[in-house]
Design a protein around this ligand. Structure first.
Ligand code: SF4
Length: 363
């Protein structure tokens, strides 16, 4: 969840002449497309292997295809990659990539260098409707949904960024701009492509989906029994405070939200992660930590404390280190599983949406 800017990025807009896009095809659809071109259907498997597994960025690299087919594909088809506007790499190895979409909108993807393998944090919408008060991505409001192909392009191009550093992507998080469950159809289509052995072939156990707490959609997701990790933005232990921080709470308050999360764990066997951004003087007191522990007591869950990445446009400050430690220790004393998320990429406009917002200002 996070995102966009009011205008369009007007540099280097790609004008697509309605070529077919490989990332939009299922294996079966690509096979049919090739058969319609008079090619054997088995070429589909070869093409998908090049795109999803071998990191090919052009048809020219697909050396087990006949030259005539490669040329034909160049003329009629595109893989579906996004135009990279900029990639900033932090001192700690975090990379933030700003992409230009085919309609001139911009979107951010982050590559995170964890010890257990690289992770890609992708966006699911340009802008966002949810209006969380700490979020740079939501500042411009909602602009549009991303397609499943645009989400997959971010993953593959983030994979390219990792490969440039001799690393591989081991996990994905849907935690960039946008609320993934508010873009339900495309998000589910994307997840199908992620787990499809004929495409990305990544277990959904390595995928985390972050939501602001759309209760009906959490229930629908539970019914699908995908083994992904659900990360729910909580940020407050009571409705009054949460509604101030996250307006969506007025529609889906804490009690039904936590009940839906319990149902999710029951259906999938997966422990829910509750994200809690610590904002100085707003939600970081010991009393609130005690209230949170009372709310979560007995639940199979994990709390992820996050230090706020300050956004210049917003008048909020991160909690001081001592407050973060005290909040964590209070939860620990109450036997709540809790970690403090390591801050990555602080030197490169780390809050989601900041890179794009900075770029929009420069434009
Ligand atoms: S934090 Fe809130 S406003 Fe920002 S992208 Fe996520 S849901 Fe949208």
């Amino acid at each position: 969840m996070q995102a966009g800017g009011a205008g369009q990025i007007n540099k280097g807009v790609i004008i697509s002449l309605r070529k077919a896009v490989i990332l939009k095809f299922t294996p079966k659809e690509l096979m049919q497309f090739l058969v319609n071109l008079g090619e054997p259907g088995y070429r589909a498997k070869q093409i998908l292997e090049w795109v999803y597994q071998k990191g090919a960025t052009s048809f020219k690299e697909m050396t087990n295809l006949p030259i005539s087919l490669r040329e034909r594909l160049e003329q009629t088809t595109e893989i579906g990659f996004l135009e990279k506007i900029t990639e900033q790499v932090s001192a700690d190895g975090t990379a933030k990539i700003l992409f230009n979409l085919s309609d001139g909108q911009g979107v951010e993807t982050v590559v995170l260098p964890y010890d257990i393998g690289y992770s890609a944090c992708i966006s699911t919408q340009v802008g966002c409707k949810m209006g969380c008060i700490f979020c740079a991505s939501g500042l411009p409001g909602y602009i549009r949904n991303l397609t499943a192909a645009e989400m997959m392009a971010q993953v593959l191009q983030a994979g390219g960024s990792a490969r440039n550093r001799d690393q591989e992507l081991k996990s994905l998080v849907l935690m960039g701009s946008g609320e993934p469950l508010d873009n339900w159809d495309a998000t589910i289509k994307f997840l199908e492509a992620v787990k499809d052995p004929g495409r990305l072939g990544m277990s959904l156990r390595h995928v985390t989906l972050s939501t602001s707490g759309l209760v009906p959609k959490i229930k629908e997701l539970a019914a699908l029994e995908f083994p992904l990790t659900l990360a729910v933005s909580l940020h407050a232990p009571n409705d009054d405070l949460r509604s101030k921080i996250m307006p969506i709470n007025t529609k889906y308050p804490l009690t039904p939200l936590l009940t839906a999360c319990d149902e999710y764990t029951k259906a999938t066997g997966r422990r829910v992660t509750y994200e809690y951004i610590l904002i100085a003087g707003l939600n970081d007191s010991v009393d609130l930590a005690l209230e949170l522990s009372a709310r979560l007591r007995g639940r199979n869950c994990h709390v992820n404390l996050i230090t706020l990445n300050a956004v210049p446009e917003l008048d909020l400050r991160p909690s001081p280190e001592v407050a973060v430690r005290t909040f964590r220790d209070t939860l620990r004393q109450k036997k709540i599983n809790v970690t403090v998320r390591r801050e990555l990429g602080a030197d490169i406009a780390a809050a989601c949406g900041q890179l794009r917002n900075n770029y929009m200002r420069e434009c």
